[in-house]
Design a protein around this ligand. Structure first.
Ligand SMILES: *Cc1c(COP(=O)(O)O)cnc(C)c1O
Length: 416
């Protein structure tokens, strides 16, 4: 066995990791699906658990030597149940896309109809976008938001009555409003549909009690663990007891092989963190920070999709407000040390590669300890950078200021 440390054995990889650490330290991370995990989570991820095969579930493994693995997976499940008041939890999904695929295959037959939100209105690729394999297997029908930026419940009900879906799916990647789970559940009950919420983006805000928890209301709820929940890259499925067997079988052996137990241990650690009172304060601050950005951008005349935000993110219709495209803004702000992403706006007339909008959010900056005062400063830089998107000198001078600010909010001083 190779006993040499990474830095001595593979300097190319070591150097790239060091560079990435510096990039994370020195930039303002505003991609709303990103976050920074704690050292304890990193430690669990980098542990010897990666050596172990443990196909199956607690007490029913296909391999020997799983006694400690069972402890770990059990703790992860118990903590998740406690956070979300879930009846049943599966912590094995490797990431967000496979967790959703497992639910579809677990609860439906090929050809069945799913009513999900249109991608340009904030839905996710795994909710039936034509480029996915899922769209070839199931019949996805799409609902949209209305002119006020709310989910059009009358339209959703009409579509449900017309198409008789087997499942109604909510939960989004670029939608910034609270979701009316109770009303959607009532529509689903009227047509006998299963209810699924994919709260990948807002799992942490729900855990921190800052958004409605759909777990007691809906049949199935999925979440990633690496976004606002601030754990390792992964997925998790929560469901009512009556769907437990179908869901577990769909994850393994239906879709996956051996679970990544280092990842499950890291999930358990992040769930312990999410149960601390500080996590509620963290979630509250994420929303408060997003509200500062909302105010600043709307005061400057930017068009906010959905009329503003109830969560951690904003989708801005940049092209119709300022005549600048999402791609132009993303590239300019990259030079200025501010990372966000170009994004489609509802019924975007432009293309996905150069759409009308930008999407940005506050979870990662809030993890660094930044509050309202920093959001004001950062919003000013963003506006300056966007309005001067062609001025390289200006953008570089913003970057110098960005680096100064990030020095006051060190991320991983222990790793430097
Ligand atoms: C991020 C996301 C996913 C997919 O997660 P991955 O880990 O990237 O596969 C699924 N659904 C929604 C709503 C998301 O935002």
């Amino acid at each position: 066995m190779n006993k040499i440390l990474l830095k001595d054995y593979d300097p190319i990889i070591q150097q790239a990791i060091t560079n990435e650490l510096a990039r994370q330290e020195q930039g303002l991370e505003m991609i709303p699906s990103e976050n920074f995990v704690s050292l304890a989570v990193l430690e669990a991820l980098g542990s010897v658990l990666t050596n172990k095969y443990s196909e199956g579930y607690i007490g029913k493994r296909y391999y020997g030597g799983c006694e400690f693995i069972d402890t770990i997976e059990g703790v992860a499940i118990d903590r998740a149940k406690q956070i979300f008041s879930a009846e049943h939890v599966n912590v094995q999904p490797l990431s967000g896309a496979p967790m959703n695929i497992a639910v579809y295959f677990g609860l439906m037959e090929p050809g069945d109809t799913i009513l999900g939100m249109d991608l340009s209105h904030g839905g996710h690729l795994t909710h039936g976008h034509p480029v996915t394999y899922m769209a070839k297997v199931f019949n996805f029908i799409r609902y949209k938001t209305n002119a006020e930026g709310k989910i059009d419940l009358d339209n959703l009900r009409q579509m449900a009555l017309e198409h008789k879906p087997k499942m109604i799916l909510v939960g989004y990647s670029a939608y910034s409003r609270e979701i009316e789970y109770e009303k959607i559940k009532a529509i689903a009950d009227e047509v006998g549909a299963i209810t699924m919420a994919d709260v990948a983006h807002i799992g942490g805000l729900i855990a921190g009690k800052q958004m409605i928890n759909p777990v007691p209301i809906f049949d199935v709820v999925t979440t990633t663990t690496h976004k606002t929940l601030r754990g390792p890259r992964g997925g998790m499925i929560m469901c009512k007891e009556k769907f437990a067997k179908q869901i577990d079988k769909a994850v393994f052996p239906g879709l996956q092989g051996g679970p990544h137990e280092n990842n499950i241990a890291a999930k358990a650690v992040s769930f312990k963190e999410a149960l601390e009172p500080e996590f509620q304060e963290y979630s509250r601050q994420i929303k408060a920070n997003a509200k500062v950005l909302e105010k600043k951008f709307s005061d400057w005349g930017y068009k906010l999709c959905f009329g503003g935000t109830d969560n951690h993110l904003l989708l801005v219709n940049l092209f119709s407000s300022k005549g600048i495209t999402g791609k132009q803004a993303q590239i300019a702000l990259d030079i200025a040390g501010i990372t966000l992403n170009k994004n489609m706006i509802p019924d975007d007339p432009r293309s996905p590669m150069d759409p009308s909008g930008i999407r940005f959010g506050t979870p990662a900056l809030t993890t660094r300890g930044m509050k309202e005062a920093e959001m004001e400063i950062i919003a000013n830089w963003m506006n300056e950078g966007i309005m001067n998107w062609q001025d390289e000198t200006k953008l570089k001078s913003i970057k110098a200021d960005v680096i100064e600010l990030t020095k006051k909010f060190p991320l991983y001083p222990e790793l430097q």
